[in-house]
Design a protein around this ligand. Structure first.
Ligand code: ATP
Ligand code: MG
Length: 264
């Protein structure tokens, strides 16, 4: 089984040569979760898309090597069978005219009964075990259901790696906690290696073994999660942690103050 997926020195630029991502190196290991943090627009999604040869029209990969267990390979060879992806906007990832069952049959190219059985088992694994779900169209599912359906479709390929781009965005706190449990469970049960792009430091702290921080198209720091949170080395990492701490402080109810003249 594949143990290591490495992305080395990846660069992405516009058609006119304006660099958007430079020198990005990330290593995914079986059974480990790597979180990729960074402010909006710093190049997280383009790094993933560049590595998978799935850039939008008008953008080009300018360099970099993607390798499986040390063997260089084309990004497009990885999609589906080796790397399952959960992209940033789940609704865009589905054909609005196809039910989930039809998506699974199209994805697997096996006998219909087998595709249906594998979908049912993957849906149960992500907590969507209502028998009506396979017959639903994407427009009939909520954002949280679509996120989980996308993970189920990723699982039926039995890919050893999962790349999830902000999978907890747009979810309410309960759905977010459920999805975090699901990802942690998949790592434990299936030994998946994951790259988790997130803005949410709480998600990174809870799930990731290692964290990479991006700024302005580059990785500025990569460290084991506990060390990154306890002793951030790069200034941008310290700024991100400070901004998060400030937001958390704002969320807390104001401290009780003694009332003058209160009766004991
Ligand atoms: N199709 C495109 N053409 C030109 N520039 C683009 C294109 N897509 C993205 N960019 C630019 O590349 C940079 C990185 O974009 P990217 O989508 O990777 O950011 P991100 O870190 O994923 O942000 P977010 O957290 O908001 O999803 C941004 O400055 C963005 O404006
Ligand atoms: Mg993005």
């Amino acid at each position: 089984m594949t143990r290591l997926l490495s992305i080395e020195d990846l660069a992405v630029a516009t058609g006119s040569g304006r660099p958007l991502v430079r020198g990005v190196s990330l290593t995914l290991r079986a059974g480990r979760i790597l979180a990729l943090l960074g402010e909006s627009g710093c190049g997280k999604s383009l790094s993933l898309l560049g590595a998978l040869d799935a850039l939008p029209p008008g953008l080009r990969r300018m360099g970099g090597v993607v390798a499986l267990d040390g063997r260089p390979c084309a990004g497009r060879e990885l999609r589906g069978g080796i790397v399952a992806t959960v992209l940033q906007n789940p609704r865009e990832a589905f054909n609005p005219l196809l039910t989930l069952r039809a998506h699974a049959r199209e994805t697997l190219e096996v006998r219909k009964a087998e595709a249906d059985a594998r979908l049912a088992s993957a849906l149960a694994e992500v907590g969507l075990d209502d028998p009506a779900v396979p017959g639903l169209l994407p427009g009939e599912m909520s954002g949280g259901m679509l996120q989980r359906a996308m993970i189920a479709l990723a699982l039926i390929r039995e890919a050893p790696f999962l790349i999830a781009d902000e999978p907890t965005t747009d979810l309410d706190p309960v759905a977010r906690a459920r999805l975090m449990d699901l990802l942690a469970g998949l790592r434990a049960r299936r030994g998946l290696g994951m790259l988790l792009v997130t803005h949410d430091l709480g998600v990174a702290a809870r799930l990731a073994d290692e964290v990479a921080v991006m700024q302005g198209g580059r990785i500025v720091e990569t460290a084991p999660t506990a060390r990154l949170f306890a002793a951030p080395a790069h200034r941008h990492t310290r700024d991100l942690l400070a901004a998060h701490a400030m937001l958390c402080a704002d969320d807390r109810p104001p401290a009780k103050t003694a009332t003058v003249g209160a009766v004991a």
